[in-house]
Write a protein that binds this ligand. Sequence first.
Ligand code: BTN
Length: 264
Amino acid sequence: MIDESKLNERLPIGLLGEPNWFFPTIGSTNDQAKELAEAGAPHGSLLVAEEQTAGRGRGDHHWSTPAGSALAMSLILRPAAMQAGNPLALNVLGALSVAESIEAIGGRPQIKWPNDVLLEGKKVAGVLVEAAWREDALEYAVIGMGVNVRPAAVPPAAQLSFPAASVEGVLGETVDRAALLLSILRSMDYWLSRMDSASLLQAWQERMAYLGRMVEVEGAAGSYRGVLQGVTQQGQLRLESEGKGVLQVGADFHRLRPVDSDPR
Ligand code: BTN
């Protein structure tokens, strides 16, 4: 079990982690967070689960969280308390925070746009941002993060559309899930007040997977290929496409994949 008392001694971190809820088992922390947000839960509310029975990933995919093997957490964020009204930027915030906390324990993660964290080219964590709008204004966002900490969190290969691994499997050592969670919150707290900064962009780009490589992204209206140049401040992908100059693609695109055979 995640050591709840250890967490509570150290929470909140800035405005994050109070109030907090721990669930031995739940359907989805994001679903529960949305209910709590609708009922008025404040900015920084944190939900953590040992096990999810109906965890969700992007694109309506199932996200597996077997008991005791992963981190499954959601935070409620409200726009008055942060600099961002852009859910795509919140994906970045989540992925960057997870990446930094894996670095702090010796990993060398990369961020696969917009929200996957990779170790040795395999996915170890994902972020699901769900935003609620009132007219044109962001009312709240729920940022859900799932980290495969132990090998048991990794689904069978047949269920995967992209290779996956666990942090412990790659690092070869035991990872303290409570410490990892606190480290993610510290990173998020730091970046939440710097959402529009050049340093956020730089921190993201430094860790971007496939930079300078030929990639493909798919959207509802088709796919684009180009050499990955980086991201814009709004979190859009910048692709240098032969004959079309630099394209910027946003949240309606997904499934970024390298299309060269570079083994990096
Ligand atoms: C993805 O890569 O597709 C995103 C995965 C997000 C999973 C997390 S686990 C905690 C939170 N609750 C959910 O149901 N999903 C997110």
